[in-house]
Each structure stands twice: as C-alpha cells, then as structure tokens.
Design a protein around this ligand. Structure first.
Ligand SMILES: [Cu+2]
Length: 224
C-alpha cells in the first residue's frame, strides 16, 4: 500500500508539473485542490464525489460528445458511483452472459434500458443535475449511482479517500462532497485557490449502512 501511495504521489506531482508547464505562459492559471474524505473515526471513504464550483460560475454542461461508462459485469454495476457533468452520454455495456434491464425512477432522469445482452450498445444522455440511483429489474442486488454535476471540475475519491481536482483558475470556490450513504446533506467548504498552489480540504462524513451491491457469495466491500 505504501508503494501505491508513493506511485500516486509521483503521478500527482507529475500531473501538477504538466499543468504548471502548460500554464507557464499564463500566470495565475494553475491551482489544485486535494480533497480527503473520512468517516468520523478517520476511515477513508471511497467513491465519494467532489465537485467544485467557482463563485458566480454559471452551470456548465459537458462538451458535445462527452461520454462515460457504467458497466454491468458479474451481476454488478461498475463503478458503484459515477460522477458525470450534465450533457454526458453514459454507455451501459453488458459484459455478462445474461441480460440486464437497467432503470431509474430518479427525478433527474427516469429511464429504462429494456432487457439487453452483450451484443447491444445501450446509451443514455444525462442532462440534468442530480442523484440517479440505478437498479436492474432482473437482479435485485444490483445498485449504483450516477451523480450529475453542472461543473467541469469534479472527481471521485479513491480507496484512500482522496481526490484531486487540478488546473483551476485562481479564485474563490465552493467545494461539495457527496456520497450515496451519507446521513446528512452534501458537505460544502468555501476555499480560495491561488496561483500554482494546492489547497487541501478534508470532510468528515457519517455513513449509514447500505445494502450496497450485495449478492450471495460474492460480497464486495472494496468500495469502502
Ligand atoms: Cu441485471
């Protein structure tokens, strides 16, 4: 695990360096946010969404053609939480040798992808902000979330509870942290990003027990 952290840090430094080089002719461009999300006892929380909105920044939709993927494999959705910017088309590839029937009743997107197998390329456009829980009509254990944001600046925490948002113009921002199992409403923090700096933000969340994506004999707790 230590090795992985070192690799990640190296990669992060490299990414920061690249951003720094790109912005060399544009002073004041590159600022970063390093977010950490933990439970009240300090346990890292994976699969939380960090989204960042500049003060006065209007809602922004994704560039045309932006795509993301929510896979069905091993009778589970993957990833458990998929953050996308409004205007993103999500592909729902079925990698199982049996059919799925994906649906949502969420206010932000009511839809269903009727029984389909691996030969069919199912897609759906998500154009409205909000939380979209996904289920499958055939497999009750299947559960995942698409979280639609209206900013291009967002990320999802890894197994260490960390997420990095890079390349932000200097300025004042509101940072929001969201997780499907949090007891309270999304946490927010007001921060200021400065030239070529990294602002660290930490959130604590109280998670309730969730049925997650349990399936007999193959409970996967790696998401937490
Ligand atoms: Cu299914």
């Amino acid at each position: 695990m230590l090795g992985r952290i070192l690799v990640c840090n190296k990669a992060c430094r490299l990414a920061s360096l690249v951003v720094g080089l790109l912005s060399f002719s544009e002073p004041g461009y590159a600022g970063n946010i390093s977010a950490a999300i933990v439970q009240n006892d300090g346990t890292p929380i994976q699969s939380a969404v960090i989204s960042v909105r500049g003060k006065g920044q209007a809602p922004a939709t994704a560039a045309a053609g932006t795509r993301a993927t929510m896979t069905q494999s091993g009778q589970q959705f993957s990833p458990y939480v998929l953050p996308v910017q409004a205007g993103t088309t999500v592909e729902f590839p079925n990698r199982d040798p049996f059919r799925h029937h994906v649906y949502s009743f969420a206010a932000a997107k009511v839809f269903e992808l009727k029984l389909y197998d691996s030969s069919e390329a199912e897609t759906m456009l998500f154009d409205k902000e909000g939380v979209i829980p996904l289920g499958c009509n055939i497999h009750d254990n299947m559960l995942a979330y698409i979280y639609v944001v209206s900013t291009p600046h967002f990320g999802r925490t890894d197994k260490n509870g960390k997420a990095a948002i890079e390349g932000l113009p200097a300025g004042d921002y509101t940072v929001e942290a969201w997780h499907p199992d949090q007891r309270s409403s999304p946490e927010t923090a007001e921060i200021t990003v400065t030239t070529d700096g990294t602002v660290s933000v930490q959130f604590e969340m109280d998670l309730k027990r969730s049925r997650r994506q349990e399936k007999p004999g193959a409970f996967d707790d790696t998401e937490y």
